[in-house]
Design a binder for this molecule. Structure first.
Ligand SMILES: O=c1[nH]cnc2c1ncn2[C@H]1C[C@H](O)[C@@H](CO)O1
Ligand SMILES: [Zn+2]
Length: 386
């Protein structure tokens, strides 16, 4: 068991945080889902905000990414009008800001919001308006935050070229990049190679969900074929790492059987990186890691043994994220709390991971630096970190 680091939840909430991987349709307030569903006559699986919050978390706790994704039906259903999208975008900014997030990239798939007759551009503009309103209200409340959108294409569908063009069209208007998401097994990143090649010709940024429900081949294609700037999750990079002479997938159950609950006692001299893992580390490819989500989908066994802590020790460019606040019943403060309580992280680790995230953002470099120097570092200094 890792030493429990005592950092109060109030301090963790006030610590400046950066989230790069947060789905707009995975972070809707339960009360808003209930209210909007009622208005449009969409039947929900539970009644009332609390019961609904429990339903999302319990249903997403399935050990399977595919079943986890089924829960999105009920948030996407209430995101089919400009009013619904704008409200949800605004509330999501306010919730992130109140949680101490100072910079966020929020992603969603515009193609999933056309059922009510909206066009793709109207979806993007409604969300952008909500983000800008949220930023203004958060600043007025004394919790300033900057938010950019990432436009996601669904990997099982065939709209990636159009969504990539949309991301480029709105690059100067609130959209910082592109992503693909959805069920991973059976839908390799190279299926969308044309979209990624187009984005590279346009000097645009993109991340790819890879190495979550499928292994190394997905990560390898995302980086070496598609040219991803960052990896969504990337947790299965562990399949290219051996510990104490064993492949990680064999080391882990053996270690658990011995009662090991953290990576504290792992001798880094016994850890070997394969060529792909070394490439990811050496090229400083950011990993958007999401511990609670990974435990729910079966990609990790516990917070203490989530690979983020070993990869941190190995100096990979790891970042900490929520993925889906509603489905995981989480916040950035909760993710940081779990790491301090179950994986031995302290405030210096959290500052490091926050600076990592800010360095990896899809904002212009000067703006990234301004947030690191003007907000992140002073924020941790105010909490007593030298
Ligand atoms: O963790 C995830 N892996 C793959 N797809 C995901 C994950 N979280 C959310 N999604 C999907 C469901 C959403 O409807 C979509 C766009 O945000 O992205
Ligand atoms: Zn995700």
């Amino acid at each position: 068991m890792s030493a429990v680091v005592s950092v109060s939840e109030d301090v963790l909430r006030r610590a400046p945080k950066v989230v790069l991987h947060d789905h707009l349709d995975g972070g809707v307030r339960p009360a808003t889902v209930a209210e909007l569903a009622d208005r449009i006559g969409h039947t929900l699986p539970a009644q009332g905000a609390d019961a609904l919050a429990d339903w999302f978390r319990d249903s997403a706790d399935s050990g399977s990414l595919v079943r986890y994704l089924e829960t999105f039906e009920h948030t996407v259903a209430v995101m089919q009008t400009t009013e619904g999208l704008r409200r949800i975008a605004r509330e999501s900014v306010l919730d992130l800001a109140a949680d101490g997030v100072v910079y966020a990239e929020s992603r969603y798939a515009p193609e999933q919001h056309l059922d009510g007759g909206l066009r793709l551009a109207q979806v993007v503009e409604a969300v952008n308006e909500g983000f800008r309103e949220g930023e203004e209200q958060a600043a007025a409340a004394g919790t300033p935050i900057r938010v950019r959108a990432l436009l996601t294409a669904m990997r099982h569908a065939a709209n990636s070229a159009e969504i990539a063009e949309l991301a480029v069209r709105y690059r100067d208007d609130g959209v910082a990049g592109f992503d693909i998401a959805g069920a991973e097994a059976g839908y390799p990143p190279t299926r969308h190679l044309a979209a990624f090649e187009y984005l590279r010709r346009e000097n645009a940024h993109f991340t790819i969900h890879a190495g979550e429900a499928f292994g190394l081949k997905s990560i390898w294609e995302a980086i070496q074929w598609c040219g991803a700037d960052r990896l969504g999750h990337g947790v299965r990079i562990m399949d290219d790492i051996t510990i104490e002479g064993l492949p990680f997938a064999e080391w882990l159950p053996a270690a658990q059987a011995r009662g090991v609950t953290s990576y504290d006692d792992v001798d880094l001299g016994s850890v070997y990186l394969g060529l792909l893992a070394a490439y990811v580390r050496d090229r400083r490819i950011p990993l958007e890691m999401c511990p609670s989500s990974n435990i729910q989908t079966g990609a990790a066994v516990s917070v203490g043994l989530h690979p983020i802590t070993l990869l941190k020790r190995l100096r990979f460019r790891v970042t900490l994220n929520t993925d889906n606040r509603l489905m995981s019943g989480t916040t950035m403060t909760r993710e940081t709390t779990l790491l301090t309580q179950e994986a031995g992280w302290d405030l210096a680790d959290l500052r490091w991971v926050t600076v990592n995230a800010m360095k990896s953002a899809f904002l212009p470099f000067d703006q990234r630096l301004a947030i690191i120097e003007g907000t992140v570092k002073p924020g941790y200094a105010a909490l007593g970190l030298a």
